[in-house]
Design a protein around this ligand. Structure first.
Ligand code: ZN
Length: 410
């Protein structure tokens, strides 16, 4: 399977300039392609194919005085910018036609110099390489120093160079990783993503954001308020904006670290992980949820999914909405209503439920039912009730990551 390995880059002043030029050229080609397609659409002309687009906005454009400078950056970077545009269009079309689940996607938008994240991608064709001295050799950029926090497991197939809002540079390598095996365990885990806690597991564990993350988020809010009070165009405002961007990066790092730790623990301790599809989970679609967890859930779910694949565990998503909070996991009765402030309730059958743990158990049971209906290889007889405690394997297995490095699903 393919994974991303991310490392900080420390480009020289000259390399930063060359990167800025490459970011700019990629943006221009992307926007030219988008404009051409929009104009064709407005004029009632057919969609410009993926094959025709590079000819018009790269090959032909380079011959004009207005775009001759496109020659100064790697052609692969420009082609990859158009590949991104094509992907954005494909996702948009699939979303409009209903082939793609989840919230509706908007049409591709123009990229701006002011975007928080600037990125360019080099594929094998671009002949990027890692030098004997451990630098990242990029065509028309140079040998960029890398802060390696661990080894790459295999030769990368592509590298994306990113500049984030805090002005930091990263290299994100896509590498093929051999699946590893963890000792098998008995436990199966249902996960409820709720409001009271970051996540609640069917075995009764409640996961909360760590204090470092909560503190960093608080500080970010304070800095954002300070920024909003600064006069437009002032030096102080520019300074405050930088501080916000830096704190944003800190929050993102702390959150990623937290997601990695928790997802690794869950995958290590469970043979099967079941959760609701966020696209159909009612709560995840509300503004309330967004404000509380700042969309961190989807990154967390992605991690669970790739780690399950990497370590030979089963990950299952319930793709229908069902009232996980309202059902009694003991008798199956459905409560009339379950306001968000009810943390504990008693079913007429006598069972006393913690709202979130009960929901997680229901998710686990629903996942079983779905898998029984769809999977032929499942050996389950369907009579066992969920709730078996976790069996902790020894921690002798390799951890999927080391502190200080980042990666996410490819
Ligand atoms: Zn009951």
């Amino acid at each position: 399977m393919r994974l991303r390995y991310n490392f900080r880059l420390s480009p020289t002043a000259g390399q930063r300039q060359a990167l800025a030029q490459a970011f700019g050229c990629a943006r221009v080609v992307f926007n030219d392609g988008l404009r051409l397609r929009q104009d064709a659409h407005a004029a009632g002309l057919p969609y410009i194919s993926d094959g025709d687009l590079p000819k018009r906005v790269i090959t032909e454009a380079k011959k004009t005085p207005e775009r001759s400078w496109l020659d100064e950056v790697s052609a692969v970077v420009l082609q990859q910018a158009l590949a991104d545009l094509n992907t954005a269009y494909r996702n948009f079309f699939a979303s409009v036609s209903g082939k793609r689940k989840g919230p509706k996607l908007a049409a591709p938008r123009f990229r701006s110099k002011k975007d928080n994240r600037q990125a360019i991608r080099f594929t094998k064709n671009a002949r990027f390489s890692i030098t004997a001295g451990g630098k990242l050799r990029l065509p028309k950029i140079g040998d960029v120093p890398v802060r390696w926090s661990r080894d790459l497991p295999s030769e990368p197939s592509s590298v994306t160079v990113v500049k984030d809002a805090a002005g930091r540079y990263f290299a994100s390598f896509v590498v093929e990783v051999v699946k590893q095996s963890l000792p098998p365990v008995e436990a199966e885990t249902g996960i409820d993503l709720g409001l009271g806690h970051f996540a609640v597991l069917s075995n009764g564990w409640k996961i909360d954001s760590p204090r470092v993350l909560r503190r960093a988020e608080k500080k970010l809010k304070r800095l954002q308020r300070a920024l909003s009070r600064k006069a437009k165009g002032s030096n102080n405002r520019a300074k405050a904006r930088k501080a916000v961007a830096r704190q944003h990066a800190k929050v993102a790092d702390a959150r990623r670290e937290f997601h990695h730790q928790e997802s690794t623990k869950i995958i290590r301790d469970s043979q099967t992980v079941i959760m609701e599809d966020l696209a159909v989970n009612g709560l995840a679609r509300t503004r309330l949820a967004k404000s509380v967890h700042d969309a961190g859930w989807s990154a967390f779910v992605d991690m669970l999914e790739y780690k399950a694949a990497l370590y030979g565990r089963t990950f299952h998503r319930i793709d229908r909405w069902f009232p996980s909070s309202k059902l009694c996991s003991a008798c199956g009765a459905r409560a009339e209503s379950m306001p968000l402030n009810v943390r504990e309730w008693t079913c007429p059958c006598g069972a006393v439920h913690d709202r979130d743990i009960n929901a997680a158990i229901n998710i686990l049971a629903a996942g079983w039912a779905e898998r029984l209906n769809t999977s032929h290889t499942s050996g389950r007889d369907g009579t066992r009730r969920p709730g078996g405690g976790p069996v902790r394997p020894p921690l002798a297995v390799a951890q999927p990551r080391e502190a200080g490095s980042r990666r996410c699903a490819a």
